[in-house]
Design a binder for this molecule. Structure first.
Ligand code: FAD
Length: 562
């Protein structure tokens, strides 16, 4: 296998994530410092996680096909960008991090790999790459952090044209901050931590913190309509993005960073969620805010899911404006408690005292209680007023504040949580997520329908499964529900078929119950089959016409969304 890298980089390319899993090679999740986790997983899933796991075969054992890059295309790409045809680069850029991606990567079923990974240094380089790809009738797939969970990065299986993955890691700078308008121009390849560091040095924040923050980029967030933990305060990326620059087949599309406009259907909105099908986003102008003077996340417990949902709805309808409103159902609450690190004697005493107080004095059934995190940001006065207002609503629904330490713990471990899926997969257990949004009035029936659909699928497969849920974002008219499910596949059957049975049951329950197929994970290929039920046939026809009109040769990330 040959590895070639031409043209010296202006900025050093950053390494992609593990080719077989989430995050960095050196980081792993472990149950060893969480004494309650292994017994919980044995009860809930019937799996023993104390044995050593197996993650992936050594890279050298993979059968990596040679790239097929015509000489003329290679030469044109080399004039435009760093070009790599190394086996590792091509494998690491072939897919994202959906469960299906990880299972197949670990099996060595690599699928249709890109023939080259290119890393242009600037927008002119991106334009030259796009031109070269179109002239050669090749396929171009923009690659941000590679954290897609919806199959948005994989080339179509039978693609016979050369495939080029365009890695934006060298476009990672904050270019300019307009402090008067509170807008920043940022290059699309900036990863979450790079972006926040550059803004933070000047006292600003974007306030966009998805769980994948450490390994996802501004361009990827825009191309998938991402949402972050603090989006209740700052807005989802769709609201944060004021303007975009996109290299399209017709040239550079540039929208103006105006606060509002009446110029027909929104072109900016068309780019949001376009998953690389309209071109390569090189830059965006985004809202930024001053770093808050105070920031706190408080923990609350509710006696049950109904009370918790109603409290979140009332908070959204009130004058309170918390930065985070998150509440877990009883199943996820149990899971949160068992992932706590080795508690001290004092912690144990406190938690026993709290349980006694809740059950004896407040009438809680501790098996049904729901853990919530509500975050506040701003000046000291603002935070104090918000806490007071929210506290009253929580009490009205039977909830109790349990202080700042559970919130601090959650805040610290949130970016480690994605590693759990690999830990389970190493031990043969499949775990994944499905998330949606629906109006407040539809949330409870939706939740019941999803839980029933998943359990029916588990029963049909004759597997012991677990499903849990949290409400992750609140809006004026409704909220996002985020489901996590896991099971050990039945021996003898194809694990991915069994996974598809459960995942499809959940997705179908979404669209059958007035909800959307995804609130923030995009469509890709994983969710495409539900798009027409979500948008109606004329809606999907409109999207198809848009993609065909902009990219008649289907050279840009074909096969995604529709
Ligand atoms: C463990 C885990 C946790 C996650 N948590 C969250 C979460 O909390 N919130 C959330 O919103 N999502 C979450 N996701 C999903 C994922 O992180 C988001 O979809 C993210 O926005 C993708 O960004 P990326 O830079 O990794 O894009 P990639 O995965 O590289 O690409 C995603 C899509 O966008 C396109 N694209 C990327 N960059 C560009 C560009 N510059 N121009 C045009 N198209 C481009 C790609 O072609 C592809 O179609 C999570 C995923 C995982 C695996």
């Amino acid at each position: 296998m040959t590895a070639t890298t031409s043209r010296a980089s202006a900025q050093r390319p950053r390494p992609a994530m593990k080719w077989w899993g989430w995050g960095e090679e050196s980081v792993e999740f472990t149950h060893e410092d969480k004494p309650a986790l292994a017994p919980f997983l044995r009860d809930a899933l019937g799996v023993d996680v104390t044995s050593a796991g197996v993650s992936a075969p050594p890279f050298e054992r993979l059968q990596v096909p040679e790239p097929d890059l015509p000489d003329a295309l290679r030469a044109a790409l080399e004039r435009a960008a760093d070009v790599s045809t190394s086996a590792h680069d091509r494998v690491a850029h072939a897919r994202g991090k959906s469960l299906r991606d990880l299972v197949r990567q670990r099996r060595g079923e690599l699928g249709r790999l890109p023939d080259a990974v290119v890393r242009p240094a600037d927008e002119a380089g991106v334009e030259a790459v796009v031109r070269a790809v179109l002239e050669a009738d090749a396929v171009l797939i923009p690659f941000g952090g590679g954290s897609s969970i919806s199959g948005s990065l994989e080339p179509p299986a039978g693609e016979s044209r050369p495939v080029v993955s365009l890695d934006l890691s060298r476009l990672a700078s904050v270019l300019d901050i307009d402090p008067v308008s509170r807008l920043a121009r940022v290059q699309a390849g900036a990863l979450g931590p790079d972006l926040e560091r550059q803004l933070g040095e000047r006292g600003w924040t974007l306030g966009h913190f998805p769980d994948s923050f450490t390994h996802s980029t501004l361009g990827g967030w825009i191309a998938t309509r991402s949402s972050g933990m603090q989006s209740d305060r700052y807005g989802d990326i769709a609201e944060l993005t004021r303007a975009v620059r996109v290299v399209t087949p017709a040239g550079v599309l540039a929208t103006r960073p105006v606060p509002a406009t009446s110029t027909g259907p929104s072109v900016r909105e068309m780019v949001l969620g376009s998953e690389g099908r309209l071109g390569v986003i090189t830059e965006a102008t985004v809202h930024v805010r001053r770093l808050p003077a105070e920031r706190i996340i408080l923990g609350y417990l509710f006696p049950g899911w109904d009370e918790a949902l109603t409290a979140m709805r009332d908070i959204a309808a009130s004058e309170a404006s918390p930065s985070v409103t998150r509440v877990s159902d009883a199943y996820e609450t149990r899971f949160s408690f068992v992932t706590r690190k080795d508690p001290t004697v004092l912690d144990r005493l406190k938690s026993a005292a709290l349980k006694t107080y809740l059950s004896r004095r407040r009438g809680f059934d501790v098996g049904e209680m729901c853990l919530s995190f509500i975050g506040y940001e701003g000046t000291e006065r603002h935070v104090a007023a918000q806490r007071k207002l929210t506290g009253k609503i929580v009490s009205r629904h039977g909830g109790v504040c349990i202080g700042a330490s559970p919130g601090e713990l959650y805040d610290q471990k949130k970016f480690d949580t994605p590693y759990i899926r690999d830990f389970l997969l190493d031990r043969g257990t499949l775990a994944d997520v499905s998330e949606t949004a629906a109006p407040w009035s539809a949330l409870k029936p939706l939740y019941d329908a999803v839980m029933a659909a998943a359990r029916e699928a588990f029963a049909e497969l004759r597997v012991q499964g677990y499903i849990m849920c949290h409400l992750s974002h609140s809006y004026h008219a409704g909220a996002c529900l985020y489901f996590t499910f896991a099971f050990e596949p039945r021996p003898g059957g194809e694990p991915l078929d069994q996974y598809t049975r459960v995942k499809s049951a959940i997705q179908q329950a979404f669209v059958d119950n007035g909800a959307t197929l995804s609130h923030h994970h995009a469509v890709g290929t994983e969710h495409a089959e539900w798009l027409e039920q979500d948008l109606s046939a004329p809606g999907t026809a409109m999207l198809r016409a848009l993609f065909d009109g902009v990219d008649p040769g289907r050279n840009l990330n074909p096969g995604k969304i529709v």
